[in-house]
Design a protein around this ligand. Structure first.
Ligand code: ATP
Length: 619
């Protein structure tokens, strides 16, 4: 069938903004220490919740100010008691100060924690959204278990930053300042003594804080490593069991767990040093003030009430100083988590139109492919395509050219590693070629919105996944709007009625993990049913019938032939019996299309094909 092929540039237009980050051959943009931008990142997380955050900060600050006024009220009370004047008013003021400060503290704390939870939610949503949009090469460059840890434990550290660190930093800082000002009002000389002690404390802290950050980062990394090892184990659980390698895997997880432990201990050590230094500094300040102040009271240059008030301020300092210590410790740990989150956010993602969960519409079918309507088959062209997988030296496809007309069955055959699956992956745009063009319906793939392109294609992979859930969920996975009749029809087409009977005719019965386990052949047929229900314009089958018995394979061969009447089907096959009747068979060798034709033609003209056919007794 003749197709009009639009002229396409060899490389996608530079005006496509997302292309720079998605191309398979484009390395990820250099991640120059993401922690450098941690403050901006943090501000980005807090910004949407700034009103609640500021309200919480104001309430906590007000509570602390009321706390600051308490020593002054105590001084008035003591003065009243010593001079024998009326103290009722001072008592009421003190009680009111204590009660209101407590209420403001409670509300402020609640609002802070609420904001922190919202920040964690935003952080997780953003990260998960980015992860689901990751390009295939980006994902392959990562350990899935580690990514999981970043979504779960690293985002949890955001809570600490937002709930405690920032507010404590603000209120603690202001309180420290307030206390210092009020101390100056009470006695400047004693203030000088206190400030010297505090400056010493700050110097100690600048030495400790970087150590805390490094320990936190390493601890988080080892948690990620633990996740990565476990993910590997669960992904190949039966292989681990059959190989008896449980103890080797245990040792691997243990190494990561012990590293996490060591770093956690280091974190605790430096945290304790910081806390002890802070407590000690306050105690030293208290004793020195007591000594100096006592002498000044004895010398008559200071009243007892002023000394008591000053000492109360020194004691009061404990709170903001510990707050500041805690805040800087959390901030260091949080900074480590933020840098790990930033690393994920810097991974190249696809330009997928992925709304937020609250706005998510059901998966969209290709225009003209709604259930019940006929879908128009699409043509496919590979025009001198060369593609090398990231990190590989040899191209998987070299100068590969293929024209597939709309409708009909095209088979790709050839030795293992000749690039057959790669052809299908490029059509799905899991990767983009470095040279040449791939056209779908005459249009270059980069000009298609990715969602629309993929909605037009049904792809049955070599090891098609069956997801935990019901049979209905699995079959209607890519076409959630399909009705019961469509689902039952496609199950009949793919010869899955015996499975449905085993499930008591219940489409909502669980399969796999919590329900009936499927055989390899049944899994393949569920995957085919899923692809067919989508009414694709292009159906890609990668060894999709390799695990079927002869009867089921023959039946599905008929189904595929029938489907290829009004759908374009590209099928990768090792068993030539599956594709013997294909309209065209393409023999692939070493990433190129060596020859193409019908079975009979290829027997004549392609010795490799003839050999393959002879081996399979099909000559
Ligand atoms: N994700 C990947 N990263 C790096 N190299 C890959 C990747 N996938 C495939 N390759 C390599 O690309 C080449 C072509 O692989 P491809 O899977 O397309 O071959 P195939 O003809 O489908 O093989 P088979 O018949 O065994 O499935 C092989 O050398 C393979 O090792």
């Amino acid at each position: 069938m003749a197709q009009t092929i639009e002229a396409q540039p060899d490389r996608p237009p530079a005006s496509e903004p997302a292309r720079a980050t998605e191309s398979a051959d484009q390395p990820a943009p250099p991640v120059e220490d993401p922690a450098r931008h941690w403050m901006g990142m943090l501000a980005g997380y807090i910004r949407p919740h700034r009103s609640t955050f500021i309200t919480a900060a104001v309430l906590l600050l007000a509570s602390s100010v009321l706390g600051l006024l308490q020593p002054l009220a105590v001084r008035t009370l003591i003065d009243g008691l010593t001079t024998g004047t009326e103290v009722g008013r001072a008592l009421v003021t003190l009680t009111a100060l204590v009660a209101v400060a407590a209420v403001l503290l409670g509300i402020g704390n609640y609002l802070t924690l609420r904001t922190a939870e919202a920040v964690v939610l935003d952080g997780r949503r953003g990260l998960i959204r980015h992860l689901l949009r990751l390009s295939v090469p980006s994902l392959h460059s990562q350990e899935p278990g580690d990514l999981l840890a970043r979504v779960t434990t690293d985002t949890m550290l955001l809570r600490q930053i937002a709930s405690q660190a920032l507010i404590d930093l603000m209120t603690g800082g202001l309180m420290l300042l307030g206390a210092v000002v009020l101390m100056a009002v009470v006695d400047v000389v004693l203030l000088g003594v206190t400030v010297v002690v505090i400056v010493l404390l700050v110097i100690i802290m600048t030495v400790i804080m970087p150590r805390i950050r490094i320990a936190a980062l390493r601890a988080q990394e080892s948690v990620g490593q633990m996740g990565a090892v476990l993910e590997r184990v669960f992904g190949a659980f039966t292989t681990v069991k059959a190989s008896g390698t449980e103890s080797a895997e245990l040792a691997r997880v243990d190494v990561a767990a012990r590293t996490a432990f060591r770093q956690g201990v280091s974190l605790a050590r430096w945290g304790s040093v910081a806390g002890t230094a802070a407590g000690l500094a306050i105690q030293v300040a208290f004793l020195v003030v007591l000594g100096f102040g006592g002498a000044r009271v004895a010398g008559g240059s200071m009243t007892v009430s002023a000394l008591v008030a000053f000492l109360l301020y020194v004691a009061y300092l404990t709170h903001p100083v510990i707050q500041l210590m805690g805040a800087t410790t959390y901030l260091q740990a949080g900074r480590a988590a933020l840098s790990r989150i930033a690393e994920v956010n810097a991974l190249p993602a696809e330009p997928l139109d992925l709304p937020l969960p609250s706005q998510s519409p059901p998966a969209k079918l290709a225009p003209g492919a709604e259930p019940g309507s006929g879908s128009t088959p699409a043509s496919v062209t590979f025009d001198r395509v060369t593609f090398t997988y990231p990190g590989r030296a040899e191209p998987a496809l070299r100068d590969f050219t293929l024209t597939v007309p709309a409708s009909g069955l095209t088979a790709l055959v050839g030795p293992s590693g000749s690039g057959k699956t790669t052809v299908l992956k490029l059509l799905e745009r899991f990767y983009d070629p470095q040279q040449g063009r791939v056209l779908f319906d005459g249009r270059g793939l980069p000009t298609w919105p990715l969602n629309d392109l993929r909605a037009s294609i049904g792809y049955v992979e070599q090891d098609a996944a069956v997801l935990a859930g019901t049979l209905r969920e699995n079959v209607a996975y890519a076409a959630p709007d399909a009705d019961e009749a469509d689902i039952r029809a496609v199950l009949r087409t793919t010869r899955l009625d015996p499975l449905l009977q085993r499930l008591g005719g219940d489409l909502d019965a669980e399969i796999q993990h919590r329900g009936v386990s499927l055989s390899g052949g049944e899994r393949q047929r569920v995957a085919i049913a899923r692809a067919l229900l989508r009414r694709p314009r292009l159906l890609l089958l990668d060894e999709a019938t390799s695990q079927l018995d002869a009867a089921n394979e023959a039946a599905l061969r008929d189904v595929i032939r029938e489907i290829s009447g009004d759908t374009t089907v590209i099928m990768v096959a090792h068993r030539l019996s599956t594709v013997i009747n294909a309209a065209r068979i393409v023999v692939m060798v070493d990433g190129t299309a060596q020859s193409a034709g019908t079975h009979a033609e290829l027997l004549e003209k392609d010795p490799l094909y003839a050999e393959l056919a002879a081996e399979q007794a099909l000559a």
